[in-house]
Design a protein around this ligand. Sequence first.
Ligand SMILES: Nc1ncnc2c1ncn2[C@@H]1O[C@H](COP(=O)(O)OP(=O)(O)OP(=O)(O)O)[C@@H](O)[C@H]1O
Ligand SMILES: [Mg+2]
Length: 250
Amino acid sequence: MAAVLDVKGLQVRYGGVPALAEVDIVVEQGAIVSVIGPNGAGKSTLLNAIMGILPANASAKGQIKFEGAEFSGLSVEKRVFGGMSLVPERRELFGAMTVADNLLLGAQRLRHIGAANPMSQLDMIYQMFPRLKERHTQFAATLSGGERQMLAIGRALMAKPRLLMLDEPSLGLAPLIAQETLNLVSRLSETTSILLVEQNAKAALNVSDAGYVLEMGKVTAQGPAASLATDPRIIEAYLGVGKKKANPGN
Ligand SMILES: Nc1ncnc2c1ncn2[C@@H]1O[C@H](COP(=O)(O)OP(=O)(O)OP(=O)(O)O)[C@@H](O)[C@H]1O
Ligand SMILES: [Mg+2]
């Protein structure tokens, strides 16, 4: 299997304070790879660095290879056009725009690469999320939490990405909807490789092929998802079974 994404020695600092130190991550073609870890470990920083949307006070170095090409110096627009999409932790929808217009914004890449009519991709998204179709004229600001999440994922999919990155897709959703979202992630992997950050480690590992544990900016464990899910240290720290530790990883 070829790697879609090959990150090596990625370092990120915010105003000189290290947030990621020498992180290596590989996503194989068609795989779902999850990154788990405590709050503040650097998970969002990792996705934002890969997507090229770090804030102005951040500096990054290291290799970000996407389908064999070096992406680390590229603008976010070039990364999107190249085939990466991110659903950020703050969903960043346009509240004063309708569901349909938010989705169409996601289709810029299709226009750029001269792909078939973005409207056919819109139909595909509406088939996947009938709720968005029903509500296509509704303002994004008035959607429920679960609907906003569908819209954020739908917008990322409008670009037909070959790597979809999701930052805590189940955040703030009721358990049943959260599980449905992860089931959806599993189905999406038929058409795109996925890098998933999830607070719900157990559910994430369940749908993943491989996983990484990120703690204080460093990868402290990695491997097939099934091995991580049965690793006693990871069970204790992240899978909610056994004794609870106040500060996992130290
Ligand atoms: N813009 C910023 N300026 C300064 N420090 C930042 C900035 N963004 C994040 N950080 C710091 O970098 C570290 C990693 O943050 P990050 O958001 O990547 O963690 P996370 O693993 O996604 O956490 P969570 O699970 O809470 O979402 C934290 O210590 C955070 O305070
Ligand atoms: Mg985060």
